[in-house]
Write a protein that binds this ligand. Structure first.
Ligand code: IFM
Length: 458
């Protein structure tokens, strides 16, 4: 008997709980020649940027194989599919002329999903800024937020009759930190704290897009932000101060303005705005729910002494010595192939912590991403991870946190940004070696989740 067969069934989730899987355009679509260039195309063309030297030019070729992928989603038995729309596929120059072929693709995808009985959940921005806009300054410019709202209106105008649940942005924190502060993602800027305008302009873009979506009739809008508990490396004042600082960057820089309409103390003054109160009003435009992408907690301490403070490798990132904190290893826990610690109960901690921090102001929550990278098709460790995190999520429900849905990252193995194809997060294996077939093979975790969802419906 496989280990998964011996597991206790998952506890029962509410009948109307939304189950889904997630992907993003740049990571799966391929068909690079059939859209405008994005900032990720330029970034991955530079040797050394992606660890295995690959690009997403073909990726899973989902653009041409979406019917097969939708069939896999239907067979899995989830109610929703979270995908992202590629801005440069819809507006190759970022603004102005709309690509009919680009919009047609999302129209066909949405039709296919609806026919399969799966709700389409589009994310409007998952890091693939049109290169034309990036070349003009991208998210460092306020204009990009305005262009984003125009793009949101175009997409809603085409698929808004069938797509009811919307996500404006995916993980603006990572896009700011990895793309603009540390330079390990596109566009590869190393601005450190001068990257803060990127955070403000994405938040503004979110608020303007919420208004554009509402004007197009949308009534179910959220955002997907990444969060995780931050644990101080020790009780020393230095370590707790460093951990608090990290907690502000990861857990409050985006959530506070969205939920409370204000930045954490000392941040508003650093943001590029003539009228910060007016901007915050746009940013805090009410959403219908708040999406959390969760992977792991982080243990954080004070910067290490100068002698040891050379750039350190951490969870696949190279961290420069001038950061005012250093992540530390969480010992005694299994880790994923990415080296991320597996600590399921920290999801309960995160969710109850959000409820305690924001109280009545907190919208209903949805877990918009959760998953892990492991090699292999008999991926028992992925089953362990998902099983553990779903139990932790259920505990949060029992403790009264209002969580309405859960999306696994990811439907299938895909282009994992600076890691290339080395980190596999999929429930479905993709054979990237054989580009003629890019064969999809459901893993053990796919079968496990399908059975678990059936049991939920029984
Ligand atoms: O693959 C990414 C995704 O694009 C955003 N959230 C985290 C995932 C795993 O790193």
């Amino acid at each position: 008997m496989a280990a998964s067969d011996a597991r206790e069934p998952l506890p029962q989730f509410p009948r109307d709980f939304l189950w889904g899987v997630s992907t993003s355009a740049h990571q799966i679509e391929g068909a690079v020649d059939e859209r405008g260039p994005s900032v990720w195309d330029a970034f991955t063309a530079v040797p050394g940027r992606v660890k295995d030297g690959t690009t997403a030019a073909v990726a899973c070729d989902h653009y041409h194989r979406y019917r097969e992928d939708v069939a896999l989603i239907r067979e899995l038995g989830v109610g929703a599919y979270r995908f992202s729309v590629s801005w440069p596929r819809v507006l190759p120059g970022g603004a102005g002329e709309v690509s009919a072929a680009g919009l047609d693709f999302y129209d066909r995808l949405v039709d296919e999903l609806c026919a399969a009985g799966v709700s389409p959940v589009p994310t409007l921005f998952h890091w693939d800024t049109p290169l034309a806009l990036a070349d003009e300054g991208g998210w460092l410019r306020r204009d990009t937020a305005e262009r984003f709202a125009e793009y949101a209106a175009v997409v809603a105008g085409r698929i808004g009759d069938r797509a009811k649940k919307w996500i404006t942005l995916n993980e603006p924190a990572e896009h700011t930190l990895l793309g603009h502060a540390l330079g390990q993602h596109a566009p590869g800027e190393q601005l450190m704290f001068d990257a803060l305008p990127v955070a403000h302009h994405q938040l503004l873009a979110h608020g303007l897009a919420v208004r554009a979506l509402r004007a197009a009739g949308a009534t179910d809008i959220g955002i997907a932000n990444s969060h995780g508990p931050t644990w101080p490396a020790s009780a020393s004042p230095e370590d707790t101060e460093a951990a608090d600082f990290y907690d502000v960057l990861l857990n409050r820089l985006f959530a506070d303005p969205l939920i409370l309409g204000r930045y954490p103390e000392g941040i508003a003054e650093l943001m590029p705005a003539d009228d910060i109160d007016a901007d915050l009003k746009v940013i805090a435009e009410p959403v219908d729910w708040y999406g959390i992408n969760f992977y792991q907690p982080t243990k954080v301490g004070a910067p290490l002494p100068a002698a040891t403070a050379a750039p350190t490798e951490f969870s696949g990132l190279t961290l420069p010595p001038e950061l005012p904190f250093t992540p530390r290893e969480i010992e005694g826990r299994p880790v994923t192939d990415f080296g991320w610690p597996v600590v399921p109960e920290s999801l309960t901690e995160l969710l109850t912590g959000f409820r305690d921090r924001y109280g009545d102001r907190l919208p209903p929550l949805v877990i918009t991403e959760n998953g892990c990278s492991y090699e292999g098709i008999d991926d028992q460790r992925r089953i362990d991870y998902l099983d553990g995190h779903l139990r932790a999520l259920h505990r949060a429900l029992e403790e009264g946190v209002d969580v309405r849905g859960y999306f696994v990252w990811s439907l299938m193995d895909n282009f994992e940004w600076a890691e290339g194809y080395r980190q596999r997060f999929g429930l479905v294996h993709v054979d990237f070696e054989d580009t003629a077939t890019l064969e999809r093979t459901p893993k053990a975790s796919y079968a496990w989740l399908r059975a678990a969802l059936r049991a939920q419906r029984a």
